[in-house]
Design a protein around this ligand. Structure first.
Ligand SMILES: Nc1ncnc2c1ncn2[C@@H]1O[C@H](COP(=O)(O)OP(=O)(O)OP(=O)(O)O)[C@@H](O)[C@H]1O
Ligand SMILES: [Zn+2]
Length: 466
């Protein structure tokens, strides 16, 4: 059983979906600046969830939008004396490149600017059903009084709702929000039945999520800042149009902070992902993001990134030992201690899975994988038990399927690469035995250039990726 924490109702719920398929929509970035490590944290958190769910046999369809029309994009274009399209394209590319580098798999990246027709139909539907009205300016607003459940998702009381908005004058109710914003000179526009204008922010996600995932889908997520007003408004307009429950599980990721403050483009305290990737690499960043539970905040800290790096090294050492034992082949006898160790390994792997199934607790799951590595260092390394090693390798594989921090060591196509490297090392050993050190050193340095480290010991040479 997999349990997830639903922001709606604020409790753990058993995950239950139709046809073994999980439809997931995550709110993507507004592309007016470089993607930062805060975005990275949220997107990797949903990536780990998707990977775990796939490992458990679910089909996962993941849609994540690109907000390419927004006040902030228009302002950036004005500031930099270019077009909004240029701004949106530059930063969309940065976003997509970073998602690739971070190994985050997304099935569809719909953009607002290519869904105007669908957005207009959605808004018209709301007007027809009496949930929206056209103001004299040509802007269209959602009427919150027409949706009595407004505020339920975010647990927001009417008196606490933030009212500061530019369109206040023409709204029927201070909490109504814009579905369509009438054109102002200097802004991009599209034609609509209500005159020139552009979509408001919330309507894009309702329209695109419903278009690609259906009128009811399973997981809708983003960072915690989106609970109110964005997701509250998305829910209001979607459930008003569809007339039934829209999303089953609302999942929100806590902030990545820097000096205790949310990392955010508007606060200008960002560390761009592409720079962090250059400095630490995808594996260390993924490990660090996932080292704390997704509902706890994570403060940027150079030391913890360095620690993540050494923790991965430790796991890679354990994997390398396990693979060596497997290469040695079966023995004819397993001792009582071997059998005991095999059971301990199985227990660690099942505890890892239990933590992952408990609201994707990557932090505690990770601790179990380190305990598994401990068993390798203290027991398997000496006992050389093949069965224990095979089970441990399976555990490391399950871990890596989610964390994605040892793909070279554990990924596909590995066996043939393994064989090639083994052969090269055998040749090198023959050369050394024949005292042809020049050639054997040449092989060692060529392998080092390819990121492969040879570990020579008295009676044999093993290797691992660096
Ligand atoms: N510091 C952060 N930690 C975790 N998630 C974040 C952080 N900043 C943004 N996100 C999430 O990333 C996604 C894209 O957010 P968005 O483009 O609005 O970023 P932003 O930096 O908050 O921008 P802005 O400064 O304009 O508010 C959203 O799901 C958002 O909640
Ligand atoms: Zn959204």
């Amino acid at each position: 059983m997999i349990q997830v924490f639903n922001t709606f109702g604020r409790r753990l719920e058993e995950l239950s979906v139709e046809n073994n398929t999980i439809k997931m929509y995550v709110c993507g970035p507004t592309v007016y600046d470089y993607l930062h490590i805060g975005h990275g944290r949220t997107f990797v958190a949903f990536d780990a969830m998707s990977r775990y769910l796939r490992l458990k046999g679910y089909n996962v369809i993941r849609v994540q939008n690109i907000t390419d029309i927004d006040d902030k994009i228009i302002n950036k274009a004005k500031e930099t004396n270019t077009s909004w399209e240029e701004v949106a394209n530059t930063y969309s590319k940065d976003y997509l490149d970073n998602m690739n580098a971070l190994k985050v798999k997304i099935d569809l990246h719909p953009r607002v600017s290519t869904h105007i027709k669908e957005i207009l139909e959605f808004i018209q539907g709301l007007i027809d059903k009496g949930h929206a009205y056209v103001a004299p300016s040509g802007s269209v607003y959602f009427d919150v009084t027409s949706f009595p459940k407004y505020g339920e998702l975010s647990n927001t009381k009417m008196e606490e709702w933030n009212q500061g908005e530019e369109f206040l004058k023409e709204k029927k109710h201070p909490f109504d929000f814009a579905l369509w914003k009438a054109w102002k000179p200097g802004e991009p526009y599209w034609d609509s039945p209500w005159g020139k204008g552009r979509p408001g922010w919330h309507i894009e996600c309702s329209t695109m999520a419903t278009r690609y995932l259906g009128e009811q889908f399973d997981i809708h997520g983003g960072g915690m800042d989106l609970i109110f007003p964005h997701h509250e408004n998305e829910r209001a307009q979607s459930e008003s149009l569809i007339g039934k429950k829209w999303v089953k599980y609302w999942i929100h990721v806590a902030f990545l902070t820097i000096n205790g403050e949310k990392m955010s483009k508007s606060l200008k305290n960002i560390i761009p992902l592409k720079e962090a990737l250059k400095e630490y690499g995808a594996e260390v960043l993924r490990y660090w993001f996932l080292s704390s539970h997704y509902r706890s905040s994570l403060d940027f800290n150079e030391n913890s990134l360095q620690q993540s790096k050494s923790s991965i090294e430790r796991l890679k050492d354990a994997v390398s030992i396990v693979k060596d034992i497997i290469k040695e082949g079966p023995k004819s006898y397993a001792s009582d201690d071997d059998i005991k160790t095999q059971k301990e390994i199985i227990t660690k792997i099942s505890e890892y899975n239990e933590f992952m199934s408990n609201d994707f607790d990557t932090s505690n799951a990770l601790a179990k994988i380190h305990e598994l590595a401990n068993i390798v260092f203290t027991k398997l390394q000496y006992s050389r038990d093949l069965l224990g090693a095979s089970i441990a390798l399976e555990g490391f594989r399950q871990f890596n399927e989610v964390f994605g921090v040892m793909d070279k060591e554990l990924g596909e196509a590995l066996e043939s690469i393994d064989k090639i490297i083994d052969t090269v090392i055998e040749i090198r050993n023959t050369l050394r035995n024949k005292k042809m050190y020049d050639l054997s050193d040449q092989i060692r340095s060529a392998l080092a250039d390819a990121g492969i480290k040879i570990l020579d010991s008295k009676d044999k040479s093993t290797w691992r990726f660096q």
